[in-house]
Design a binder for this molecule. Sequence first.
Ligand code: TEU
Length: 518
Amino acid sequence: RNDHPWWESGTVYQIYPRSFQDSDGDGVGDLAGIERRLDHVAALGVDAIWLSPIFPSPMADFGYDVADYCGVEPVFGDLDAFDRLLAAVHARGLKLLLDFVPNHSSDQHPWFVDSRSGRDSPKRDWYIWRDPGPDGGPPNNWISDFGGSAWEYDAASGQYYLHAFLKQQPDLNWRNPDLKAAMLDVMRFWFDRGVDGFRIDVLWHIVKAEGLPDNPPNPYWRPGITERDRLIQRHSTDQPEAHAIAAGMRALADSYGGRVLIGEIFLPNDRHARWYGTPERPQVHLPFNFQLIENAWDAATLRAMIAAYEASLPPYGWPNWVIGSHDAPRIAARIGEAQARVAAMLLLTLRGTPTLYQGDELGIGQVDIPPDRVRDPQELRQPGIGIGRDRSRTPMPWDASPHAGFSTVEPWLPLNPDWPTRNVAAQENDPGSMLALYRRLLALRRAHPALAVGDFRLLEAADGVLAYERRDGDAVVRVALNLTDWERPMPFVGEALLSTLDAATSDVLRANEGIITH
Ligand code: TEU
């Protein structure tokens, strides 16, 4: 329908495998369960699925601690189950992206077990080992993203190893050519099996400044803010050598054709945009853009943010947007259910590739997890300071049967308490449901190239209203979003294609209403 590659015109749906569908009655989702629920994904109208990590893992960080990059965690299935899922995904014309976790492995990975066995291990240099600092303490002041020093002491060898996240997640040393080659082989392994690309976990972290200098203090930090933000991660992230590695990953992906790399990168616009690389030496296709999650939900703030982001993109850089993930509070809990409908319209009509997070299509909210059921290591380490990621990782409610059709037993995390009424089956037959809205929005993107790939221009609008135009040749689609719960004036006239409220339209924007016109 246009000459854009699928990852520009299409949409991505994130599945958190532990919480999508259990098929074997252990209370944890699995690959066969995902395969069973592909009808839902296909009916939604997305183009690609991104699976959070499915590799063998002790689950200290729920799969972001990988013990074998080329296998499948037994709780999720095996390589045969993976091949079946991939074939089923492809048979529906969908793409499948895996989550590549290159910054760190599990401390149970055979590479680390070997590396830790002694200073003369051939794999010693595959991780980042250093002698104690002058005072006998850690080699520098770096802080783990989950709190505490980023260094763990190993008494047997008298050295520390670096871990940007949990101590069960030792950082790999990408300056070591053998490690680098082994990790690129991992990408080849999955590309050869037919995966369509990777979301790359904390890509901006993978190389550290030579000499590992102390990070500077963050003048804006105060108690109550996550401990990692006490320092500016100047020397531990965003090094030039990491960009070079990203370019190498891209060259590998391009040698297969049609594959996509989405880099998880948190940086200000100017430095974020550098992760696209140059036309001659591209890096990732899509440096993940989290700004709809990070910014206040207010028309003036979002307008300025969108303008600044668009302006920061290089001419060849394709934008992307996301409003939820397994790391962030649920959008419906953050801004309320009425505005979550407006957010869905925004996500699916901005210029760029949207990523949807499982469950947001049902407007799932958040529930406090009883203390004895908290599983998120970030929350357990810094109670009340982290966002409590369990709360956005609860199981998908499919129907009103026991355990919401997710499992035959009590799930690993509690269901959201409104599951008997808020579930896929209930919403499927309700034209006013969040699910129906998502399906209509996704169908509209397919029907209108202006929405999928058209140019973008902000329009003037009253306070509290965000308005913009998408244009593809002569085809023009306009969007007006009322981010308030008062009636506001319509910024333009046009024939309504879709409202976030009921079908009726008026010449004003009703409270919490978003409208698409042409
Ligand atoms: O998250 C990277 C990251 O920066 C997190 O610290 C994030 O900011 C935090 O979870 C928000 O509360 C990725 C994964 O998405 C996350 O699930 C992993 O725990 C982390 O990497 C380590 O692999």
